[in-house]
Design a protein around this ligand. Structure first.
Ligand code: FMN
Length: 208
């Protein structure tokens, strides 16, 4: 299989933990897969605008009837969808904001979920996913607190279930998560959590 990687970061912070961990992972992965093309975007610094009136109107217009203005309104979304389809591997790096996705990630997702692009819809049978189920996704996320299974905070995590649900709806079946939690704990503890994530990513990079 010819591998290709789509690498997206969503933190608006210049000193982002999730972006730095993901960068190291992608560098290791790229070294192990020297022929694989890598497409990357920092959507934390340069977000895709979320759907607005022109976008929605264009998306509701049948493809063969769209005007130049319609195509322009959907251009960023079309590009994001094409890149997602084209990649065999996807790395998403994101912080948790208010127990869920930062708006930059939510806006990106809102640009992806489109009928006949990432899911099909038949009024009689309902929706069907259109993304290749063999596509792999790794989500590297950072948070102030620790949401590990078994902790009191675990039930508050709306980020990882949301990502699993929405990308699952579009067809992905191979989504793995690596958390770097406890960023607001005393420095020594925060560092332990970050090192654990780094080790986990380092161990996974070559074989992914
Ligand atoms: C607006 C905002 C909301 C946040 N909400 C949460 C939250 O609900 N839970 C949490 O654990 N951390 C929260 N945090 C902390 C970040 O998730 C944490 O600092 C993380 O390490 C940032 O990732 P980054 O370094 O990749 O930007 C929030 C931070 C900001 C700026």
């Amino acid at each position: 299989m010819t591998k290709s990687l789509l690498f997206l970061t969503f933190s608006p912070r210049s000193d982002s933990t999730s972006s730095a961990l993901a960068r190291a992972f992608v560098d290791q992965w790229a070294a192990a897969n020297p022929d694989a093309p890598v497409v990357e975007h920092d959507l934390g610094q340069t977000p895709i605008a979320g759907p607005d009136q022109p976008w929605i109107e264009a998306n509701m217009t049948p493809k063969d009837q769209r005007s130049t203005a319609h195509h322009a309104a959907l251009a960023a979304s079309d590009k994001a969808i094409a890149e997602l389809h084209a990649a065999t591997h996807v790395v998403l790096a994101t912080p948790m904001f208010n127990f869920s996705a930062p708006w930059q990630l939510k806006g990106y997702i809102d640009n992806l979920v489109r009928v006949n692009e990432t899911f099909g819809f038949d009024p009689k049978t309902g929706p069907t996913p259109l993304l290749d189920p063999k596509k792999k996704m790794k989500v590297i996320w950072s948070s102030a607190f620790d949401y590990t299974a078994g902790t009191d905070m675990n039930a508050l995590d709306q980020l990882t279930p949301y990502i699993s649900t929405i990308f699952g709806f579009m067809g992905l079946r191979d989504i793995s998560f690596v958390a770097s939690g406890n960023a607001w704990a005393p420095a020594e503890v925060a560092q332990q959590f970050r090192c654990k994530a780094q080790t986990e990513l380092g161990n996974a990079a070559a074989a992914w």
